[in-house]
Design a protein around this ligand. Structure first.
Ligand SMILES: Cc1cc2nc3c(=O)[nH]c(=O)nc-3n(C[C@H](O)[C@H](O)[C@H](O)COP(=O)(O)OP(=O)(O)OC[C@H]3O[C@@H](n4cnc5c(N)ncnc54)[C@H](O)[C@@H]3O)c2cc1C
Length: 292
């Protein structure tokens, strides 16, 4: 069969959270014929919003602040602004108040944040500034697949070494309660006891990407991100089917590529005996953290 007569490769994405939508839209942009299957009556998963709590209040179900998304090379490729997404950047990114009326304050600029942190100015800059300066290059490394040879190993190592520390150990670098409180609140997004190894990783990722790209919120709630992704997927010819809950692999249409935007336990339930025994039991043992 020649390339001109060959039919398009096909892809099925199960789950229409932001990751499934982004994967589907990127595959469709690359020319694949994509179908996305979503169990709920609308796509979005953790990036949905709800206006039924109080009149006039738009409430994000899960994600609200998106420093990683606004700086994501993959999302940039999808030009979501063309599909109605508008990022809003606050003047002050984040504040951690203390009982004595003072606070740890995070600003977009590293220099301004460090200045406000007083005695911790130099340490904060030394920890954060090099990675912020190279974030454009680093973002692809940090957000890419874990198991691969990095293209910028030294840069990744410079960012990666402090991420291996427990957040509690990294807090000891800082002298003031304001800096420690700011760090603790951000590091707590790891949703693990902060004395465990690697609990600095999420906090440093949020801080560095936030300084580089901003602590953005989506105008109209985080649902605007999902809607823009869905529009991008459709623009590239993809299809979205909602109210389709996959419980068995035989429900999934045959395709060249099948992606599951699900957790390992769901994957084990759907593929059952088709998975190698060791993989199946590892997937079944997967424990969810409190945040997901
Ligand atoms: C309380 C909370 C606050 C958060 N705050 C932030 C934040 O401020 N900033 C940030 O960046 N991140 C935040 N997050 C994390 C963010 O929400 C997740 O990282 C993100 O939603 C993960 O996207 P996903 O596409 O991988 O999965 P999900 O968003 O979970 O999407 C999975 C989708 O699959 C569908 N699905 C499930 N089972 C099936 C099935 N069997 N068949 C078909 N479809 C199925 C679901 O309905 C859902 O739409 C927060 C998370 C929580 C819980």
């Amino acid at each position: 069969m020649t390339s001109t007569t060959r039919s398009r490769a096909t892809a099925v994405v199960v789950g229409g959270g932001p990751n499934g939508l982004a994967a589907g839209a990127l595959l469709a942009k690359a020319g694949l014929d994509v179908t996305l299957l979503e169990a709920a009556d609308e796509v979005g998963g953790g990036t949905r919003s709800y206006d039924g709590l109080l009149p006039g209040l738009l409430h994000d179900h899960c994600s609200a602040i998106h420093p990683m998304a606004v700086g994501s090379p993959a999302l940039r490729e999808l030009e979501l602004e063309r599909h109605g997404l508008r990022w809003l950047l606050p003047e002050v990114d984040c504040v951690h108040p203390l009982d004595d009326g003072t606070a740890g304050v995070l600003m977009r600029s590293v220099a301004e944040t460090a200045r406000l942190l007083g005695p911790d100015e130099d340490r904060y800059r030394a920890l954060i500034e090099p990675s912020v300066r190279h974030w454009d290059t680093l973002a692809g490394e940090v957000m890419g697949p874990l198991l691969r040879v990095p293209s910028h190993p030294l840069l990744l190592a410079r960012f990666g070494l402090p991420t291996t520390l427990p957040a509690v150990a990294l807090a000891r670098l800082f002298r003031t309660p304001q800096t420690r409180a700011l760090w603790a609140g951000i590091a707590a997004h790891a949703f693990r006891p902060l004395g465990r190894p690697l609990t600095s990783a999420i906090g440093l990722g949020i801080l560095v990407s936030g300084h580089a790209a901003g602590w953005a919120v989506a105008e109209g709630g985080s649902q605007s991100i999902a809607r823009a992704l869905e529009k991008a997927l459709r623009e590239y010819g993809g299809r979205v089917e909602t109210n389709v809950r996959i419980t068995d692999h035989r429900q999934i249409p045959a395709a060249d590529v099948t992606l599951l935007d699900l957790d390992p336990g769901q994957a084990a339930a759907i593929y059952g005996d088709r998975l190698p025994a060791r993989t199946r039991s590892a997937y079944r043992r997967f424990r969810r953290g409190p945040g997901a």
